[in-house]
Write a protein that binds this ligand. Structure first.
Ligand SMILES: C[S@@+](CC[C@H](N)C(=O)[O-])C[C@H]1O[C@@H](n2cnc3c(N)ncnc32)[C@H](O)[C@@H]1O
Length: 374
């Protein structure tokens, strides 16, 4: 059963049932912008705001498992102050990195001196030596990856007999140049194509993406390489989904990361135009998907103790993770988080996520001492 606390983060986190159960915490707290949003006031004396964050971060540390991690989302105003607090609470040896998220396509004319188009996500481990790399799956099974890679140092590779399939009729291709305008590559042995595969082992020279050891390993699967044309430009056909470590730049230009505009459109799709537009600070689901998928496995528990419209909790639910949420404003729980999770449980969520099995776990709301099952 997932848990949703209607309380301050620091009070909720003192609940000992939350200790050592969280694999990943994502916090998107008020940034102390001095603004008054529809749902909450974002203005506190700096000292009070920093003290509240320090108490909350200390509480989050108690909830983390030994291999757990925490992501704190902020703008650049006070990130240096919060990083110092996190160095104290988590230890600077457990600093993992700072992710930069490009939140806007362009700066606003309202920015007087420097247009601000990025937010920052501070990442710490409870114990970095136990934390797994932040890997997201990027290579699907069956994806073709060209063997040649322009710019790499030329080398010679040998392809074992039977390791390549050819999409043209059987023939013998004599050794010789296989140059294109951009890549120089030679076939060093005559190649006999019989029954759609290479009858003999053959060598090629060129700028290759892989070394011989990797090619030998890939060639253990017959037909691991495919060559569609007689101009030999083979590709490796990926046999497994392989992970890539997340980069610290999440950008719509570089890796298709969603922006605040996407988050607003999602809110309107989920809550309707009026309600969606009136929640001021939602984050996009695909950003949370990237982070949660990289930091947790299905069945792990995700914590968001400034839950807002419930983006983290909704994505955790859709990715088959358990979750604990905390939100101070009861109206935000009844108007946003509750309906959003209920929609996922009822199968009416307008933004289902491909490739995951959603959790069917329901949730209980804790309001101080009373508890109400959903
Ligand atoms: C920036 S918003 C979070 C937005 C959220 N990530 C989303 O995608 O909708 C911060 C939220 O924290 C809540 N909040 C403010 N102070 C809090 C506190 N001390 N404890 C728990 N929640 C708090 C606010 O009501 C607001 O909903």
């Amino acid at each position: 059963m997932n848990l949703l606390f209607c309380d301050t983060a620091e009070r909720a986190l003192a609940d000992s049932q939350l200790h050592n159960i969280v694999k990943m915490a994502y916090l998107d707290p008020p940034y102390n912008t001095g603004r008054k949003f529809n749902q909450y006031s974002d203005s506190s004396p700096l000292k009070d705001w920093l003290a509240m964050l320090e108490r909350t971060l200390t509480g989050v540390r108690e909830t983390l498992m030994e291999d757990g991690s925490i992501f704190v989302h902020l703008d650049d105003r006070y990130i240096h102050r919060v990083r110092c607090i996190m160095d104290d609470v988590f230890g600077d040896r457990n600093y993992v990195g700072t992710m930069i998220w490009e939140k806007k396509n362009r700066g606003s004319f309202l920015h007087a001196h420097l247009a601000d188009v990025t937010d920052h996500i501070l990442i710490y481990a409870k114990d970095k030596s136990k934390m797994a790399p932040l890997v997201h799956s990027s290579t699907e099974v069956g994806k073709r990856i060209p063997i040649h890679n322009k710019g790499n140092k030329p080398s010679v590779l040998e392809f074992p007999a039977g390791s390549m399939t050819f999409n043209f009729s059987d023939r013998t291709i004599p050794a010789g140049e296989m140059n294109t305008p951009t890549i120089d590559s030679d076939l060093l042995d005559d190649l006999i194509v019989e029954n759609g595969t290479n009858k003999n082992a053959f060598r090629m020279s060129g700028p290759f993406r892989y070394g011989q050891d990797a090619v030998n390993k890939m060639a253990e699967t017959p037909g691991a390489f495919i060559c569609p044309r007689q101009m030999l430009r083979p590709s490796y056909v990926s046999q497994e989904s392989r992970g890539k470590v997340l980069t610290n730049l999440q950008s719509f230009r570089v890796n298709g990361s969603p922006t605040n505009e996407d988050a607003r459109a999602e809110s309107e799709a989920i809550f309707g135009a009026e309600m969606g537009a009136s929640f001021d600070t939602p984050k996009p689901e695909a950003l949370l998907e990237r982070l949660i998928a990289a930091a947790t496995e299905p069945g792990d528990t995700v914590l968001d103790c400034f839950a807002g419209s419930g983006t983290t909790l909704a994505v955790a639910q859709k990715l088959g993770r358990n979750w604990v949420g905390v939100e101070l404003n009861p109206d935000t729980i009844t108007s946003y988080i509750g309906p959003r999770i209920d929609g996922i449980l009822a199968g009416t969520d307008p933004l289902p996520m491909d490739g995951y099995t959603p959790s069917t776990n329901t949730y209980a709301i804790h309001t101080g001492v009373t508890e109400m099952a959903a």
